[in-house]
Design a binder for this molecule. Sequence first.
Ligand code: MIC
Ligand code: SF4
Length: 656
Amino acid sequence: MSKTLAYKILEDHLLSGRLVPGEEITIRMDQTLTQDATGTMVYLQLEALDPGRVATELSVSYVDHNTLQSGFMNADDHAFLESVAKRHGIVFSKAGNGICHQLHLEIFGVPGKTLLGSDSHTPTGGGLGMIAIGAGGLDVAVAMAKGTYSLAVPKVIGVHVTGKLRPWVSAKDVILHVLSKLSVKGGVGKIVEYYGDGLSALSVTDRATITNMGAELGATTSVFPSDENTLSYLTAQGRADVWRPLAADPGCVYDETLEIDLSALEPLVALPHSPDNVKSVREAGPVRVNQVAIGSCTNSSFADLMKVAAILKGRSVAPDVSLVIAPGSSAILAKLAENGALADLIRAGARVIECACGPCIGMGQSPRSGGVSLRTFNRNFKGRSGTPDAGIYIVSPETAAWSALSGVLSTGFGGAGEAAGIVLPAAIADEPLKRNEAFFVRDPEADKTNTPVVMGPNIKPFPLNVPLPENLLLRVTMKAGDNITTDDIMPAGTKVLPYRSNVPYMSNFCFETIDTDFPKRCRDVAAEHSAYDGCAIVGGQNYGQGSSREHAALAPLHLGVRCVIAKSFARIHRSNLINSGILPLTFEDPADYDALSQGCELYLEHLPAQLRAGGPVTIRNLADQSTFRAVGAFSSQELDLLFAGGKINLLKGELK
Ligand code: MIC
Ligand code: SF4
């Protein structure tokens, strides 16, 4: 039978289960990646599992999020990460080397391999024909220890691509178009697979921009075939030997399809505050801009920055605009320096900052109050930039650079760019990039399991849950709406991010952007321990979308949250809750959401038996003694995790 490319790669890695949508499978994980902001938890968990050398072919630990070092905290974390990497045969990428996804694409990605990363944008690797999945830290720790990962088989959306992008329209506009069609929930439980003649004019870095932002669709991952363009990219990285051709079987049938004619696209923009709030730049009109930021794992490739340099060369950024550029990797920055493009950027007035996530995660460069910031990033959630009332607009590098010059949201599309005498470099710009070995610490052959773990005072043990009791009496301490992001649940930014290794302290900021009293309310419930078993959160649709950060489960766990009842969940957050032993339940009838309010008391009786029976769980609302039903739809592995009070409890000892 003809198969999709996604299922062919999954089949190659299948260890157990059947490739039937919704069924649980376990696959072999060839590679893992972590970044520092989720990585410290991952490696504390890995140490708890005590596996010796990693079981994967390759595991890489990157430092790219917390590079500011405004106190001892980040430097402590970096030292910890480096010491653990040595102990387990993990490649360590030092701060300053660049953004994990960009670096992984350049240096380690291999067509047809599987990759699990503790970052939601890990699907960037799909641009090279990998099945690359973002997951919670504990799943990545287990993948390193055992070389495996379990997931529910996703459906496959086939995106048929024809035509050719016109000048000033780029890969970012393709994925913004897909987001406008499918929304931030449209990819949940699905893999997005691209195919068709139109792919021949999309380079690997274009494709990586598209697969990167597949995360914003909520998709499990996105994947492109491995073809001549893949070979050209790998050759430029000095890695032609890892290339192999990969494509879907002719005539394979997709669960859903979407048609895109690249020639019909024009420059697009996602307006505040959601990546699927998409309009054309033309329709959005000439919004005045205070800041333009170019970079992030979505748009910081060499080709992207060369386009930006071509637009800025010999011109000046508008007087009231601050332009910030963060290149994706040290190799890209070095090459821009060598070929002179860096000077073009600086002379135009760009503030070139470290090769890191930086402003994307609110680590510096927050816009001014009420300001407008145009960014080539992937997320424009309210407050994520560090300025609660700023408006973040997501655009392509071309639109960003042009707007930086004009001072308003605008584009060189439709002849304006050519009239200004700007010649953009060719779409497929796979120039050789010389990797920066000086930023890597790797000694894969040596057995270093005796290397001591370096733990500074910023690193605290992670919280552990207790096994699921017979009954739960819970108080609702938060009633939230639709599309709550993990940035809402556990904000990042300069104030909070340095405490990613200190869950007790971080939990003080849980839900801070929505309601600063949430942690206190939870602590009050815990203080009344004679009455309550813990707290419950009530949520709307797509609860927990966005980042993979496990902290959005660990901080609530620390605060005593035992259950989240929502209309629907985002994939990674649901897994993180289960891994932490927190029950994620879905309203059987979404209308029951309306009857619940903050402060109400819920009683869940004979839970293990109810869950084992597999049907909906009956929940009593003690406010009026009414009952409603909520669905778990847990696999047998998930039930084991919940009964044990989380993954670490279940696995402890098993690997010794
Ligand atoms: C993000 O873009 O939100 C992050 C920061 O990269 C997160 C990971 C984290 O919270 O550390 C992600 O995308 O998973
Ligand atoms: Fe870093 Fe931003 Fe990419 Fe997250 S989305 S990995 S913060 S650059």
